[in-house]
Design a protein around this ligand. Structure first.
Ligand code: AMP
Ligand code: ZN
Length: 472
């Protein structure tokens, strides 16, 4: 089946035709490295990792270039560095913050089964490209210098706002536009600004004497240009980036290169929410990937990365998704069964079933793809249908939710205390207590009962044996 993708710019699902099938090019906005990533941030990483895998499958692994940047210069980083390391020179403090965050981000997304992108450019290593673009924009009349800032002149672009389809008033409100006296128009946005003393600073473009630093939007335009060219196939990110970030990227890149489009497809994942509200650092309703992964020991509220990944794939990428414990439990239970059905069957490589690829080729229809996995699991009939089990194994690996290992540890795929322990968690304690009681070791039996009580579990001894329940 022909790959079809939904494009935010044209508001339509269209057949995907790469500009160059020998080099399919995708750019996705990556993290600003000032703090640990939360699971909301994991959503675009996982969604576009699946798209990366699909493109590699369709065009060949060597024919896809996937770029995900790292924003390592930004107001939030500077602020955080000052708070966290007040005794250090600012540049050193920034280095510590970005290095730690960067390392954690990579550990987190690897645990979530994501492939490394083809390139992960850092903003601070591409200042030259940013300056070159800014010079072009000023020379062409799309930008101007004002009090050591360089601003993009929004009025120079007649179809500014096409991506977000907002009225000017809405845009002004939505962007929380900074009204500065040097702006010719409140909508004009910063390409370059002067650095305050101690802040990261580079020689400024356009003959500005004071050293400065780039605005966020120009970082992505410049890195996309460097690695993917003036125009490329797919640009992705979370839905919150449509305005102003992607709108401004389009304005910069199209004006600098005089191109009709920056990317042929603009793709945006929906929000990951908690009780209907976007998960965000600013609202405080977030949980970090790092916390969820944890050490995976019993009695903790921690999950295997593959469970988190599968949970993320249970909703269509454009739909909002509520992040709940029930979702994680469902993902864990399905994954356990699927892995049981696949263990040992991954030694003979089989082609990925066409029906599965077709489901994903329909604008990454995750629910349809997973419903195919469910049907495959049913027809594998507890490992008795070798062909089907081999296909299961191939799909789980392809999707990045299994690496072929057999796990003997029942806790490996997660355990949750908020929902309460499962029979398989508690039964070994009860058996150990029975053994102790039979040996008349009542002190040990009581110790085990107390141990369970600490976990919120109460025991009932009946003539048919011991049952347990969560204390109310
Ligand atoms: P940030 O570090 O805030 O720039 O976000 C990095 C990426 O995560 C961007 O693509 C955002 O759109 C995305 N993102 C942030 N919060 C959420 C959320 N709650 N649900 C889905 N995507 C999100
Ligand atoms: Zn970006």
């Amino acid at each position: 089946m022909q790959l079809k993708l939904y494009d935010t710019l044209t508001r339509a699902k269209r057949p995907f035709k790469p500009l160059d099938p020998a080099n399919v090019r995708m750019y996705v906005c990556g993290p600003t490295v000032y703090d640990f990533a939360h699971v909301g941030n994991a959503r675009p990483v996982i969604v576009f990792d699946v798209l990366f895998r699909l493109l590699r499958h369709l065009y060949g692994a060597e024919h896809v270039t996937y770029v995900r940047n790292i924003t390592d210069v930004d107001d939030k980083i500077i602020l955080r560095a000052g708070e966290e390391h007040p005794g250090l020179p600012l540049n050193e403090a920034i280095r510590r913050v970005t290095e730690t965050t960067d390392r954690q981000f990579h550990a987190d997304v690897a645990a979530l089964g994501c492939l490394p992108p083809t390139a992960e450019p850092r903003a601070t290593e591409h200042i030259a490209e940013m300056r070159a673009m800014i010079e072009r924009l000023v020379a062409a009349g799309n930008a101007y210098v004002a009090e050591d800032n360089v601003l993009f002149r929004v009025a120079s672009m007649p179809d500014y706002g096409a991506l977000s389809r907002r009225s000017l008033d809405e845009m002004i409100a939505g962007a929380r536009v900074e009204v500065a006296p040097y702006k010719r128009d409140p909508m004009d946005f910063v390409l370059w600004k002067p650095s305050k003393p101690g802040e990261p600073a580079w020689p400024s473009p356009c003959g500005i004497a004071a050293p400065g630093r780039p605005g966020w939007h120009i970082e992505c335009s410049a890195m996309a240009w460097k690695f993917l060219g003036e125009t490329f196939d797919i640009h992705g990110g979370g839905i919150d980036l449509v305005f102003p970030h992607h709108e401004n990227e389009i304005a910069q890149s199209r004006s600098a290169f005089h191109t009709p489009v920056m990317a042929n497809f603009w793709m945006h994942n929906g929000f990951l929410q908690v009780e209907g509200e976007k998960m965000a650092k600013s609202t405080g309703n977030f949980v970090t990937i790092h916390e969820l992964l944890g050490s995976r020991k019993f009695g903790s509220n921690q999950w295997h990365g593959y469970v988190l990944r599968l949970a993320m794939l249970m909703t269509h990428y454009r739909q909002p998704m509520d992040w709940t414990v029930d979702r994680l439990v469902e993902a864990r239970e399905n994954l356990k069964e699927w892995i049981n059905c696949s263990v040992g069957f991954d030694e003979v490589a089989v082609p990925i079933p066409e029906e599965f690829v077709n489901a994903l080729s329909d604008d990454l229809n995750f629910p349809a793809a997973l419903s195919f996995v469910h049907s495959l699991h049913r027809s594998a009939r507890h490992r008795t249908n070798v062909e089907r089990s081999r296909e299961m194994a191939a799909i789980l690996k392809w999707l990045g939710i299994w690496n072929g290992e057999k796990s003997n540890d029942v806790y490996d795929y997660g355990c949750d205390v908020r929902r309460g322990p499962a029979e398989e968690d508690i039964r070994p304690y009860i058996d150990a207590r029975d053994t102790a009681r039979k040996a008349k070791n009542f002190a040990e039996a009581d110790r085990i009962r107390n141990e369970l009580a600490k976990m919120g579990v109460v025991l009932h001894d009946t003539k048919d044996g011991t049952t347990w329940e969560i204390a109310r």
